[in-house]
Design a protein around this ligand. Structure first.
Ligand code: PRP
Length: 221
């Protein structure tokens, strides 16, 4: 089989992968042994289906690979989908995993005089500049976003910004770094995503896998 004829599924590295793999396996897809080998540097894996490969990439990059058709299916949070708004991506199924929220947080000891109701401008550290700008623009506040890729809980105490917008799950990271959650922008879960063009060019195959994930999700609910 030609490489370009293979169906490619993009999975996110990190915490979500542990929740995603039981669903992937329940859908009938089993990656080669190297997938579970922590020493392996492989990024693309064969599976028990000769025509299906899995790639493992950063959560934001899952959406990019699927949007550009480099992967046909993927698992991505609605935080990532909201940030990019790719028209090429269709998200037919909420997988009910990776539950958390996208929130605004501020230092515990922020001055009482710093009243958000009086702001016209705020500087925010975040991985989500588009969502953040849209969110604050709705209330007439201009958000100047400083793009960070992790550890943004450090930014307010070091004077990089006055607030952050980030994912919050247990709240432990905020608490450990002297911050408090002040506003929820969106509830987040992971979705099965598909490339719209692939839905047209490989309709039966794509519909079959969406259905397999739907059954796997139903069996775990
Ligand atoms: C996420 C997020 C927070 C943390 C929140 O980071 O960016 O830092 O989890 O979780 P909590 O509320 O349960 O403490 P993650 O650990 O996924 O790593 P990242 O910074 O590389 O995104």
């Amino acid at each position: 089989m030609l490489q370009q004829d293979k169906l490619v599924i993009a999975l996110p590295k990190g915490r979500i992968l542990d929740e995603a793999m039981p669903l992937v396996r329940a859908a009938g897809i089993e990656p080669e042994a190297a997938f579970d080998d922590p020493h392996s540097r492989l990024l693309r894996f064969t599976t028990n289906h000769p025509h299906i490969d899995i790639i493992r990439v950063r959560s934001f990059d899952v959406a990019t690979f699927v949007a550009f058709g480099a992967a046909h299916l993927g698992i991505a949070g609605n935080d990532v989908l909201m940030e990019f708004s790719y028209p090429e991506i269709y998200a037919p199924l909420d997988l009910g995993i990776g539950g958390c929220r996208l929130s605004v947080a501020e230092p515990d000891d922020i001055a009482a005089t710093d009243d958000p109701g009086r702001w016209s401008h705020v500087r925010i550290a975040t991985k989500y500049p588009e969502i953040t700008r849209r969110h604050f623009a709705r209330r007439g506040v201009q958000a100047e976003c400083v793009k960070l890729n992790g550890a943004m809980e450090l930014a307010p105490t070091l004077g990089l910004c006055s607030r952050i917008v980030d994912l919050v799950s247990s709240g432990a990271t905020l608490k450990a770094n002297g911050l408090k959650e002040v506003e929820v922008i969106a509830q987040v879960t992971s979705r099965l995503i598909v490339n719209r063009a692939a839905l047209k060019t490989r309709p039966d195959e794509m519909a079959g896998w969406v259905e397999a994930f739907r059954r796997a999700r139903g069996a775990q609910a």
